[in-house]
Design a protein around this ligand. Structure first.
Ligand SMILES: C[S@@+](CC[C@H](N)C(=O)[O-])C[C@H]1O[C@@H](n2cnc3c(N)ncnc32)[C@H](O)[C@@H]1O
Length: 266
């Protein structure tokens, strides 16, 4: 994809994230501020926590790519990580993250940037990069994205991904009792272009900025890392649901993989 098209899409998406940020804050922020005031609070689920413990973040420099409101990175810091930096394109979410870090009393930095425009000062700056729940699908060019990630990892460092399974893109998301309809080919290359907002907490729809996301196959995700000479150390698929959509798939109990964990080493 050419650079102008890529920037146009990512900027439009980021505007849509900025637009929804106050709605997400209304749903979550007050509770998160209260939760993080408790020094024992963690937002990490059992799967993410078990893997981070296995990786052992103690004293490590960690970056979260597309960190949104920072609730996971602040929790990683609480596991004993060293320097922690969260990157996100949405200034409005960065501000929420800074408020949560302050409530937590956590020394976590947040940087507002389009990931594709990552400043070279972060080259080889991190022992561990994390990417979780709802990030890869926003990337118009996976190879360029992984190029940035590979640059940021110190030699010998790790990239940990905990994501929705790409097979879910085949199914129209819906509430619990919505039928599971297979309407998109697993191999489709057509972007999903929408304009009804990103309020996946309250389910409010509104006339939003244009939102463009991308179907990807598991092979494309694995190959994007391998193409940067990263080594696969771990790959697992799970039946549990980690997104705020596709409740219909979980409810149907048809046994699809709902998410995966993947660890690359540089
Ligand atoms: C679904 S959220 C990630 C959620 C996070 N795991 C959590 O649970 O809070 C996706 C985030 O990606 C960010 N984002 C999307 N495209 C981006 C880009 N090109 N550069 C930087 N951030 C981007 C959005 O601003 C949004 O905060």
């Amino acid at each position: 994809m050419d650079q102008n098209e890529l920037s146009h899409i990512t900027q439009e998406n980021i505007e849509a994230w900025d637009e929804v940020a106050p709605k997400h804050a209304k749903s979550n922020q007050e509770k998160l501020v209260r939760d993080f005031a408790d020094p024992t609070y963690s937002f990490l689920d059992d799967t993410e926590l078990a893997i981070l413990k296995e990786i052992d973040v103690t004293g490590k420099d960690v970056a979260q790519i597309c960190c949104n409101n920072g609730r996971e990175l602040i929790s990683v810091k609480r596991l004993g990580a060293g320097r922690c930096v969260g990157f996100d394109g949405s200034q409005a979410f960065i501000e929420q993250a800074e408020e949560l870090a302050q409530a937590a009393g956590a020394d976590v930095e947040f940087v507002c940037t389009d990931i594709y425009d990552m400043n070279r000062e972060y080259d080889e700056a991190f022992d561990l990069l994390t990417i979780t729940i709802g990030v890869l699908g926003w990337m118009p060019d996976l190879d360029e994205f992984f190029k940035v990630l590979a640059r940021m990892i110190k030699p010998g460092g790790t990239l940990f991904i905990y994501e929705q399974h790409p097979i879910l893109n085949m199914i129209e998301p819906g509430d619990g009792d919505a039928p599971v309809v297979w309407d998109v080919s697993y191999f489709s290359k057509d972007p999903f272009v929408e304009s009804d907002g990103l309020d996946y907490y309250e389910g409010e729809t509104y006339e939003s900025k244009t939102i463009t996301s991308f179907p990807q196959t598991m092979a494309e995700i694995l190959n994007a890392g391998l193409n940067q000479d990263l080594t696969i150390e771990h790959f697992e698929e799970y039946p549990h649901h980690i997104s705020n959509t596709w409740w219909n798939v979980e409810y149907s109990k048809i046994g699809l993989p709902m998410c995966f964990t993947l660890i690359f080493r540089k």
